[in-house]
Design a protein around this ligand. Sequence first.
Ligand SMILES: [Ca+2]
Ligand SMILES: [Ca+2]
Ligand SMILES: [Ca+2]
Length: 263
Amino acid sequence: MSKLIKTLSAAVLACGVMSAPVQAASSLVVNGTLHKVEGGTTFDTWKIVMLTTGSFTVDVAAYEASQSNVNTAGYYTHDINGDGKLTWLDPDTYFYHDNGTGSILASDAIFRCDDVSNNCGGSNYFNGYTQETSPVSRTTRLQEEAPVDGSVHFRRDPWYDVSVNAAGNYLFLIADFRLDPAEAAAGINGGDSFSPPSGGFIDPILDHADYRVTFSSDSLRFSLSGDTITVSAVPVPAAVWLFGSAMAGMIGFGRRKVLVAAA
Ligand SMILES: [Ca+2]
Ligand SMILES: [Ca+2]
Ligand SMILES: [Ca+2]
């Protein structure tokens, strides 16, 4: 075995030892349930720790019918989470700064996205942020894309691409339409109720509503611990570094031989 092949073999062996199993994945699905309580409805808060800048997609599926009125053409119901029940969350999502205190402050609100291509545009930023200046910005997907996003409602479930321009700690809030920053700070979506299809839907479930959120990215990785979602860059495998080093060594070795031969 030549010295070069031995070097490469050693690199591959080292790689086998160093590349520990990576838990982070290119997509992450979280599920939750919001509840009707005295005075309104609950909302959920997920922490998002952004270790890097980059882009990812947020895709919410919740409202378990294709239209909000049973008489609308194309109306059908679909049990998204397969629990045998139809529930009626019209999801409203928000990004906030995570101030680390456990309290949600209106002054930390960054943006809102309510629906596919609705209440998800330039005027739905808070605290003076704009699409251009926000540390986290988003661009809605379009209604005509909806058939592939896992949602069934014509637009109620938000679906958008997030651009993280500053690494840091953020909060992702999901509520029933709509959760004003003052309500988020107060801890309850005041006076809110879930919205079953109109037009004669019989005996709707109104005490709770379920949701599913899929985070995905071509260039970032997600991991979940409790209610904290950590988003990181795709790690460069140890094998790549070691192979690169070995190749550099080979090139240097080859070059020295040429120089010696030329002398
Ligand atoms: Ca269901
Ligand atoms: Ca919505
Ligand atoms: Ca409200």
